[in-house]
Structures are given as structure tokens and as C-alpha cells.
Ligand binder design. Structure first.
Ligand code: ZN
Length: 499
């Protein structure tokens, strides 16, 4: 009884949040610029009402009563999982003093503006006092939500439940030990690959048409989703039958929109394939950022950057762009989309160097939060790490420590989930290949039903029911492991670069 009363209340809160998501999506896609002031107020009102409803005494009472009732539900029941998820969120939301919530919201809101200006002016000193303040507030925040945990573990846990530096340290050490020599070998011994063919004046309308076609081929349903345009690509959803993905169209860089679409499509499949019985419940939605990113990376890289995929679709891409690609063989295209090059900017990084960018941020974040590196010394520390991992030093802070928005938004502990997604995408794909022995052949035919069904059965359907580590174990029979991922990188790039 209390349990169903709790769910009714939580559904109302969920619906308010989804309404906010519609407003947010509209703001980032279609809203005219002058609409932004009123829109932020509307979003703030919705957020305030749903937050107040969630932390209210009424919710606390219903939750406590439902927990007493919860003992009658089985260990593996949906009800027990829901209570666990709600308790975790409730404790987190109620443990942080209001003054700290307000201070963080104000400091990060202003901090992002200052960061944007500092980045444009290449002036780290301008951003430094704000970064200092944000770091202090995040320390307090971590102590409030998880008093017993080390600061960085408390922050990691926000994005990836149960994740700790004890788990991540050896994983990232393995990625680094593998990645640095591989990049070196590619540079010293690998054949020279150019990506010039991807920069040849690609008409956005023709790109859009091709992306629509590819999304449909992969199984994206335009009856349950849309593709629109935004400055920064994203995926959001308003219900389990309404998912929105976006991309941006660049005339002189074909991979941007193409792989952006495949990436966001991977996120959307996760949301669309959660068991319908969880709709609007505490188990709706993907369980963590790392698991979510494994789905986007799987479609973007394991499928989308595979040779099999383009054996099927390259001829059609050539017909869409005859002047640009008509005379280029498949291998030239395949090599161009997989070109490895040490670069300064994370978001432009290839599959091999990407994780080195993440590890650098992981090390920097811990050093800043612990005080091992002072904010004023942070740009020098950043550049030293760039030199050690990539052999290059950013000529400006704009291309170095100031490149990402995350810290100005208070997002410490977020970056590692990108690499977790990479690792897991391979771990899952390797198991799928064992269970679907002709998977590569199916991709070569443009047949993705088997893979989608496998992902639905082993990952998607559960929503938030299992903790990330338990889901990984359940889906792959193993804890998180870099084995499949390092094997994938070595094999793929040894072949491409003739090492
Ligand atoms: Zn993503």
C-alpha cells in the first residue's frame, strides 16, 4: 500500500522532470535566442517544484513506510531495487545543506560564463579564482553526501555508482601502459594516413539525408524518435517512446555528424529498450554514465568504424557524395576515419589517444581536489602531463587546461565514465560476438537485429535495476576488464598501420 502510494508521488515528480526535459531540448534546438531568459526561469520553477516534492516530509514518510513493507518483497524483486534507488537519491538530496546547494548552483553558473570568456581570451588567471572556489565547494559537497568516503570516490559515485579510485587506478594504469607505446609505434613505424578526403565540402542537406538513412538501417524508429540539429550533440528522452537525438553539420568534416549520429543513436537505443513496465518509475532510464557511454561507443566505434560496416554502406555514401568520394577506394575511407594522431583537444581525439586525454584529467582532478597541485600551478602540471603522454605541449591554455567546460560546471569525477564506456563497449561486444558467431557477417549485410536484441536482453531492459558493476557481471560473466578492449585496439590498429 505505502509502496504504491510512494510510486504515485514519484511518478508526479518524474513527469515534472520530463516536462523540464522537453523545455531543455527545445532550448537547445529550436528556441529563438531571445527566449532564453524566460526559459531559464521556467526550468528553474519546474526544478524547484520537483525538488521540493522529492525532499518533502511526505516523501520521507512514504519511503520509510514502503521500506518497512519492502522486506516482504524478494531479494531480486523490482520493488527492492526501486527502494534502493530511491533511498540513495533521497539521502543524497537531503544531506546537502541548502546554503551549499545554492552556493554551488551560483558559483558554477557564473563559473561557466567566466570559463567561456577566459577560454576565448586564453586567460587562465581569470578563471583560477573560480576554479579554486568550485574545488572548495566540491570538497564540502563530497563530505556532505558521503562522509565516510574519500572525496574523489564520493564524486565518482555520483556518475557511476560504486566506482572508486581503487578500481579505476589499475584499469587506467593498464590503458596508459598500452596506449603510450601504441601511439609511439604508430608515429614511428606506422604508415602515413591522411584524412583529407573527409574535409571535402560535404553538403549538410546531403549529410542529413544519409544520416537519416543510416539511422533507419540500424533500427532507429522515427515513430519513437527524432533527429534534430544543435550546437553540441546530445540525446534526451521524454518517455520510453519518445527519444530525441541531435547532431551538428559541418561542411568540411564529414565524420562529425556521421559518427555523432551513430553515437547518440547508441544512447537512444538504451533508453528505448528499457522494459516498458519501468516507464516513469524509479527504474526508468540508463543506470550510469559509464554504461550509457558503452552503448554509444559500441555503435559509433565497434560497429560504425568497422570495415564490415562500410563494406555495406560505403558504396551508398559514395553515391551520396560522388564528387568527394566517387574516386576513393573503400580502404582510403576506412583508414581516414580511423586515423590516429596525438592531438591537443579531447573531443577530436581518435580511439587510441582518447583515453590518454581522460587519464590526464583523472590525475589532474585528484591532484586538485587533494591539494597536491595548487590551482595556480595547474596549467604547468597539465602541460607536463601532455608532454609525457602525447609528446606535445599545448601552445596556449585554450588548447590545454581551458578546453573543457566540465570543471567550471562543477563536474569532477565525470571524465572517467568516458573511458569506462570505451572499455565496456569492447567487453560487451566480445561477449556478443561469442554468442552471435556471425555478428561481423551480419554487420557486413547491414543486419543489426541480432545485436540489438542481444543488447536489449543483457543490458537495456534492466534500466536502473542493477548497480553498474552487477550489470557488467551479469551481462559478460566477468567484472569490468580491459582485456577485450586492449585486444581490440591492438588488433585493429596494428592492421591499419601495418605495425
Ligand atoms: Zn555519449
Amino acid at each position: 500500500m505505502s509502496f504504491s502510494a510512494l510510486l504515485v508521488r514519484l511518478t508526479d515528480i518524474h513527469n515534472l522532470e520530463q516536462a523540464g526535459a522537453v523545455l531543455d531540448w527545445d532550448q537547445r534546438t529550436y528556441m529563438p535566442a531571445k527566449g532564453s531568459e524566460a526559459r531559464s526561469k521556467q526550468l528553474a520553477t519546474l526544478a524547484k517544484i520537483s525538488h521540493e516534492m522529492f525532499v518533502a516530509k511526505e516523501t520521507a514518510d512514504l519511503l520509510a513506510a514502503a521500506e518497512a513493507e519492502g522486506k516482504s518483497f524478494g531479494e531480486d524483486s523490482d520493488e527492492r531495487a526501486m527502494l534502493r534507488v530511491v533511498r540513495r537519491n533521497f539521502d543524497r538530496e537531503t544531506r546537502v545543506p541548502t546554503e551549499l546547494v545554492v552556493a554551488l548552483a551560483e558559483t558554477t553558473s557564473r563559473g561557466q560564463d567566466v570559463w567561456a570568456e577566459a577560454r576565448a581570451k586564453n586567460d587562465f588567471q581569470m578563471f583560477a579564482p573560480w576554479l579554486q572556489k568550485i574545488i572548495e565547494l566540491k570538497r564540502q559537497y563530497a563530505a556532505a553526501i558521503a562522509p565516510g568516503l574519500p572525496v574523489y570516490d564520493a564524486l565518482l559515485d555520483l556518475f557511476e555508482e560504486g566506482m572508486t579510485t581503487r578500481v579505476l587506478d589499475p584499469i587506467f594504469a593498464a590503458l596508459k601502459a598500452h596506449g603510450v607505446p601504441l601511439v609511439g609505434a604508430i608515429q614511428q613505424r606506422g604508415k602515413k594516413i591522411s584524412d583529407e578526403i573527409l574535409t571535402r565540402n560535404y553538403d549538410p542537406k546531403a549529410q542529413e539525408k544519409f544520416c537519416h538513412y543510416i539511422l533507419k538501417e540500424c533500427g532507429f524508429s522515427f515513430e519513437r524518435g527524432r533527429l534534430d540539429t544543435s550546437v553540441h550533440p546530445f540525446c534526451t528522452n521524454f518517455s520510453q517512446n519518445d527519444v530525441r537525438i541531435t547532431t551538428r553539420w559541418e561542411t568540411d568534416w564529414l565524420p562529425g555528424a556521421l559518427f555523432g549520429c551513430l553515437h547518440e543513436m547508441g544512447h537512444s537505443f538504451y533508453e528505448l529498450d528499457i522494459d516498458p513496465k519501468y516507464e516513469a518509475s524509479p527504474l526508468a532510464g540508463g543506470v550510469s554514465l559509464g554504461i550509457h557511454e558503452s552503448q554509444s561507443r559500441l555503435w559509433e566505434n565497434l560497429v560504425g568504424r568497422s570495415r564490415e560496416f562500410w563494406e555495406k554502406y560505403y558504396p551508398e555514401l559514395q553515391s551520396a557524395f560522388p564528387a568527394q568520394l566517387g574516386g576513393e577506394p573503400l580502404d582510403a575511407f576506412y583508414e581516414a576515419i580511423n586515423r590516429v594522431t596525438p592531438s591537443l583537444i579531447r573531443v577530436e581525439a581518435d580511439e587510441v589517444t582518447y583515453n590518454l586525454h581522460i587519464i590526464l584529467r583523472y590525475e589532474m582532478e585528484q591532484a586538485l581536489l587533494s591539494g597536491a597541485v595548487a590551482v595556480m600551478d595547474a596549467p604547468a602540471a597539465w602541460n607536463e602531463k601532455m608532454k609525457a603522454s602525447f609528446g606535445i605541449v599545448p601552445p596556449t591554455d585554450k588548447e590545454g587546461i581551458l578546453q573543457d567546460v566540465h570543471w567550471s560546471a562543477g563536474l569532477f569525477g565525470y571524465f572517467p565514465t568516458y573511458s569506462l564506456g570505451n572499455i565496456l563497449s569492447s567487453q560487451l561486444f566480445a561477449v556478443a560476438m561469442k554468442e552471435l558467431p556471425n555478428l561481423r557477417g551480419e554487420v557486413r549485410k547491414g543486419s543489426f537485429g541480432g545485436l540489438l536484441e542481444w543488447l536489449r536482453t543483457h543490458v537495456h531492459q534492466y534500466g536502473r535495476k542493477y548497480k553498474p558493476a552487477d550489470l557488467v557481471k551479469k551481462a559478460t560473466g566477468q567484472p569490468l576488464s580491459t582485456e577485450a578492449y586492449l585486444k581490440y585496439l591492438t588488433e585493429k590498429f596494428t592492421r591499419i598501420y601495418g605495425l
